[in-house]
Write a new protein. Structure first.
Lengths: 395, 395
């Protein structure tokens, strides 16, 4: 029985995580803590179903609503540090980091420090932690290793695919020997505007961008998927998780989202991971690892399936080139890329900037100078500064 | 340095094996023996290049031609047992079984007995050995296991794909634990007649059938590829190699031959192995296993790739249903299926029977009674009898 804390339980990944647990055998998982930002109504509903010992909400003004809606009496934790406390609780075995954006960073840092295993759907925290590690330790060591230090299992379908393709028995170190790997190939759906002419892209509105073809996701990640910043963040995340340089990560457009990613070996063989596009597959894998459990997603049907692959259009989607540039620097720029994009997306969603300006704001922020001494506090400073620069860009 | 004996060196797989060795670093392989059936000219040319210590030819009347064409003085072995002697030689580490058809069975039996590792492109010997094992031991144990008894590495691209997808470190037994596997999916190009209406198929000639779309292969396997008996044999071979029942083996038509096969896991994830369609990829993997070496095949390019998958047409291609039927019986019928098909293909190539009659001859032979006590000698008897029944069918 694994005791699970779900950070961000009311978001898209959080809800799907609970659905995976709902459909699993009862003796597999126990939900110990549910943590949300502000959606007291859904959080209470989830808590009443799963009866976690701890329920937390970041927005203190939602405390009373939450308490009123609960039909039992768990510990209720309130405020900005609530998720940290839940993730680090001594009774928790596995923390699902389903928080959106950079907010996931602090909670995960603490949970890792406390020795928890993290099932992570949050790219930003992985990128920040790796920038920190790159500054403190060696630059290319993977965050996922196969020995006792395996503490992060990716939930992102692409990273989960890579993980599944190169993982073996977790007790067997040698499987993580990457000398046989030429590169990894991250697949990208291309988003809703892949075929939109570049001259029409500047008119894209928030509503246009919130229609994503294959996955059901939150707002931030849906915009990122349309700009391909999502794939840029995954480039940085994969580099962190698997200890890969920019020359080891390829991106391929694959509109059907059936092949979740691939590993290319030095001898010309390529391994691919496929399933129906349903995030619950990767979530279940992260929760049940190192075992595989009975399918809760649909069976992939090959009786009439077409899969296509295309080279990315780097001109239309500068997010990719900027990510490679950030990765080559490896310390400050991955943080700047991540934070500046988060700010620019926020501005786009609020109608304060155009679709194509998101990348321009990130590029502008990446061109600025930042403190070179990296520490946990410095990362938070760089993050703030990058957001400020992203906001200040005038075109 | 691996000392290699190539049985069937002048055939398609044999020639490609030597090309792999030619393109590998010199210190990796030494060709100890080359064995051919009757092509003295090519055999001598190969021997003069690779300078094996032993050269053997089955047809005794080719001895003088072979000797005259050699520009050095290896041991020359002649006759039906020549390949057996080469494969079993004490100096040989790895035997490449590139013999076509049932002829490969005896040589491999001896080489296995002598403790050699077999890189096998010969389905028939695997099927016969497994029928024998099924009779002597338990019915479903795999011929490939991950401990010291790993003695067979498949060269067939489909079996190599499955092997690569489920293998891990060869010292790690647990990777061969198949409880997480729902089934395997063998891909089939469909052959040149996949879209031919069934009423036109009876007019297919030998020349029509010898045009295969993607792979360069020998005559027998090309006809098998057009009838889908090749896939039927692979069903039986996969069952033998990996210890799988009929309900664990799925066949999917995939005309591009880029996905070589797949493994479907219980949780809905599917792993696929891809490369450009070039047999030398699987040959190299078998020779260098457990390491992967530098690519000698073309790089798979995803910048403009389309892959399609279809359900097989079991009515047009009865070879598949007959294979499942043979597998369910598991002892005599796999041998009958294999031998009767070999005879029927021989008759088709000689203009003695029609294309669609190949399957009818096999079905007829499978309906007959055979001795139930299986031994090495009995298998040879069943093989002969099945060929006789296949020949006797009148329609």
């Amino acid at each position: 029985m694994k005791n699970i804390a779900v950070l961000g339980s009311t978001g898209s990944i959080g809800r799907q995580t609970l659905d995976v647990i709902r459909q699993s055998d009862e003796e597999q998982f126990s939900v110990f803590a549910l943590c949300a930002d502000s959606n007291a109504e859904l959080l209470a509903e989830q808590a009443n179903e799963f009866k976690p010992s701890v329920v937390s909400i970041a927005h203190a003004n939602k405390y009373q609503e939450l308490k009123d809606r609960l039909n039992y009496s768990p510990d209720i934790v309130v405020g900005n540090n609530a998720a940290n406390l839940c993730g680090g609780h001594e009774k928790v075995d596995l923390v699902v980091n389903a928080v959106s954006g950079v907010a996931g960073f602090k909670a995960v840092s603490l949970a890792l420090y406390k020795g928890k295993i993290i099932a992570s759907a949050n790219k930003e925290s992985i990128i920040y932690l790796h920038s920190l590690r790159n500054a403190l330790e060696s630059g290319t060591s993977p965050m996922i290793t196969a020995n006792d230090s395996l503490r992060i299992i990716p939930i992102d379908s692409e990273q989960s695919a890579i993980f599944q393709l190169i993982e073996g028995d977790p007790e067997n170190n040698s499987i993580f020997d990457r000398s046989s790997i030429e590169n990894i190939i991250l697949t990208a759906s291309g988003g809703p505007f892949y075929n939109t002419p570049i001259e029409d892209m500047k008119h894209i509105t928030v509503n246009d961008a919130l229609k994503h073809p294959t996955w059901s996701m939150g707002k931030k990640i849906t915009i990122d998927s349309a700009t391909l910043f999502n794939k840029g963040l995954e480039i940085l995340e994969a580099a962190a998780l698997f200890g890969l340089g920019a020359d080891k990560i390829e991106v391929v457009i694959h509109p059907q989202s059936v092949v979740h990613s691939m590993v290319r070996f030095v001898d010309g063989n390529v391994k691919a991971l496929l399933s129906v596009p349903d995030m619950r597959g990767a979530i279940q894998y992260a929760l049940t690892y190192p075992k595989r459990r009975k399918r809760i997603i649909d069976r992939l049907d090959f009786s009439n399936l077409n899969l296509s692959f295309l080279a990315p259009d780097y001109k239309k989607f500068p997010a990719l080139c900027l990510a490679y540039e950030a990765l080559r620097e490896g310390r400050v720029l991955p943080v700047v890329y991540t934070a500046a994009n988060e700010k620019a997306v926020e501005m786009f969603v609020n109608g304060q900037t155009g679709f194509l300006d998101i990348a321009k704001r990130v590029e502008y922020a990446m061109g600025k100078s930042y403190c070179n001494k990296i520490s946990p506090d410095a990362i938070i400073e760089i993050d703030k500064l990058a957001r400020a620069y992203a906001a200040e860009w005038k075109g």
